[in-house]
Design a protein around this ligand. Sequence first.
Ligand code: SF4
Ligand code: SF4
Length: 476
Amino acid sequence: MSNDSDTFDLLRVPVIGRLLKWRHARTLLQIPLLILSIAMILHGLFGPALAPKNLATTLTWVHFRGALVLVLLCAGNFFCMACPFMLVRQFARKLFRPRLNWPRALRTKWLSAALFVAILFSYELFDLWSSPRWTAWLIIGYFGAVLIVDGMFKHAAFCKFVCPIGQFNFVASLVSPLEVKVREHGVCDGCRTKDCIRGRRDELVVIQRGCELALFQPLKAGNMDCTFCLDCVQACPHDNVGILSRLPASELMTDPKRSGIGIFSRRRDIAALAMVFVFGAMLNAFGMIGPVYAVERWIRAFFHFDHEAPVLGLIFGFFLVAEPVLLVGLAAWVSRLWGGSQTPVIPLAVRYSYGLVPLGFGVWLAHYGFHFLTGLFTVIPVTQSAAASLGWTWFGEPRWRLTGLPATFVQPLELGFLVMGLAGSLVVMHQLALREPGNRTSRAFAPWAAVCIVLFCAALWMMFQPMEMRGMLAAG
Ligand code: SF4
Ligand code: SF4
């Protein structure tokens, strides 16, 4: 099997390809983000307490999240490639070598899915978007967690089993158009060294790492767990690994055995992570609109809660447990009944649940894209102000009137993202139904299409409610 020679390969694009293949390319991308992270921590801790005037909150909650989803949409997981936490880890590993293997019982996505929920919960409970101090401590905590986990455990334990941002990127990149992939499978068949996974050594010294995420290129299928670190590209002695184009979300339409992961339909932990991604998108958007306050008031009054945590706990329980169990469980049950599948309900629910990822990604895109585009230029006055506080006046007076693109321009884009997500999910669900034995594709597909449409309508309703302009001066 070989990849179509017409397939676009980013590593063969002049200049960009050479740059990405340069062995210090990753470091080159990480250094500016590390400097930015340090600036954000310092400004978060010692700068203005008002969120729209602080780099920590503005960059984290307005710009970083929006840029992240747009890069995932247009290319792939380049944010993991440029991850500044990994640069610090690399440096630390020069000083002390990890000795332990990550515990076998934790080699799943359950822990990282729980941490993903914990971040969403903390975001709402502590109003992270409005607190530069808490945001700075979150970034510091992240650096600390990377150093502890990867300081103790070998390989890329933090990326693969812990990091909630990484898991978000892995799931979102299932619908990205680019994938790190073998160019010619025939070349791998004749390859004796398998350096892409083993790495290259000179005597006992590692001169190039192989894939730390345990993805063996010839058997790698899709973007799950791939950090785009390009170690495999560097290691392959046959220049047989590229960054190739593909039909977005196509990897969700089939269910192959994936190197380092296994079979998606047998991985309940990854399906649960995908559900947190999809229903977390709805929850995070719901937290931004007026009706959430009415719901909170009602819960508080009904249960006589004094604190916000149990109120949020109930809302989270509804969105992340009751809603997915009800919708996905019901759809699986009806789909099995109508489609005549012999697969039990839970495995069927697991298999189809991945089909909701494109729609979930559409919701994240619409939400984060909205904040990013409507607050696009806010970084300018915040940077001017931060520079001025250090006595650097070259940037001029902060131009606080700068905001971003008008909402009337951004809202059609939001609609486009949602429609794109819906279309993607419907196509994936239909392809999965086509693979059911027998000839009842439409009947197996119908309940899943209904779930997609219900979620799409809910997302549409939320997107066109007045949104809280978190992190922007307009809010205050
Ligand atoms: S080292 Fe290169 S050629 Fe060999 S198996 Fe890996 S990707 Fe294929
Ligand atoms: S080495 Fe592994 S994680 Fe890095 S780009 Fe290659 S396959 Fe992806």
